[in-house]
Design a protein around this ligand. Structure first.
Ligand SMILES: O=P(O)(O)OC[C@H]1O[C@H](O[C@H]2O[C@H](CO)[C@@H](O)[C@H](O)[C@H]2O)[C@H](O)[C@@H](O)[C@@H]1O
Length: 261
């Protein structure tokens, strides 16, 4: 039987995720259409991240379709939903499967907790979503994993009771708590007001090389209108959402040559 907590959680998640139905429908439809009409990468991504990890809902802007405008768009969306059902529809099944097990929640940021927008610096999370995540984290260890730098994600999320895994997991910070043991090699303990925070940064020694690459990418891409380089500390994203389609190849070649060298 579903408990009151489960019902409340389901309601809160539904409310928090509400924006995705209205806001991201266009992006989902857009992604499907774009993958049919051009040779896009499999994730429809718009940043040529050095570690190739992208959200599912970031399609090219120039292929924007108004999802509400035609019934064929609706049917594209509906078939997308069939292939990508909402976890909320299987909530009861998930609860059953989780019985007696320790539940840990892993959440992506862009396109999951926040809508996809043109300017990566403005991918804000709604207050409803923040409240839902805060609530979930009260009951289960909760981690937010992103390709972005850890500090940027923390700045967006503004919650103290979650784990932050930035740079695709190369920079992890646990919420403040009493620290029992760390291996000392990759972990650093940072004393804070509410307890000690543990930092896990296994790629720290590569920081100078990564920073060098970021500077080079900035120089190489400066002349391509719309291209931006996002410093994600242990990795980097080169955004092409605002780049003209005819410049995609040249940008891609420039990124490849920097990475290769
Ligand atoms: O792992 P994620 O948290 O999903 O990060 C993947 C990339 O997300 C961000 O870029 C994407 O969202 C931007 C804001 O909506 C959008 O403008 C961009 O086109 C998307 O690719 C982030 O800026 C990247 O650094 C992450 O790699």
């Amino acid at each position: 039987m579903i408990s009151e907590f489960q019902m409340n959680m389901k309601k809160k998640l539904n409310k928090a995720l509400g924006f995705q139905k209205s806001h991201s429908t266009k992006q989902w439809v857009n992604k499907i259409s774009s993958s049919k009409t051009k040779n896009n990468d499999e994730n429809g991504g718009h940043d040529l991240s050095m570690i190739i990890a992208r959200t599912r809902s970031n399609p090219p802007l120039e292929l924007t379709i108004d999802a509400a405008s035609t019934s064929s768009d609706d049917s594209i969306y509906n078939s997308w939903v069939v292939e990508h059902p909402s976890a909320l529809d299987s909530f009861d099944r998930m609860i059953k499967a989780a019985k007696g097990k320790k539940i840990v929640v892993f959440l992506d940021y862009d396109g999951t907790l926040s809508p996809i927008v043109d300017d990566p610096n403005r991918a804000f999370m709604s207050d409803e979503m923040r409240a839902a995540v805060r609530e979930v984290a009260k009951y289960f260890p909760t981690a937010i994993i992103s390709g972005r730098g850890r500090e940027k994600v923390k700045e967006f999320v503004q919650l103290g009771n979650v784990y932050y895994a930035g740079s695709h997991g190369m920079d992890i910070m646990a919420p403040p708590r009493p620290v029992k043991a760390c291996d000392g090699k990759y972990h650093t303990v940072v004393a804070g007001k509410k307890g000690s925070e543990v930092l896990f940064q296994p790629a720290k020694k590569y920081l100078p090389a990564i920073q060098e690459m970021i500077t080079e990418l900035e120089e190489e891409t400066r002349k391509i209108h719309g291209a931006t380089v996002e410093d994600n500390r242990f990795c980097v994203s080169v955004h092409y959402r605002q780049v003209r389609e005819e410049d995609y190849n040249i940008l891609q070649e420039k990124v490849k040559s920097v990475v290769k060298n």
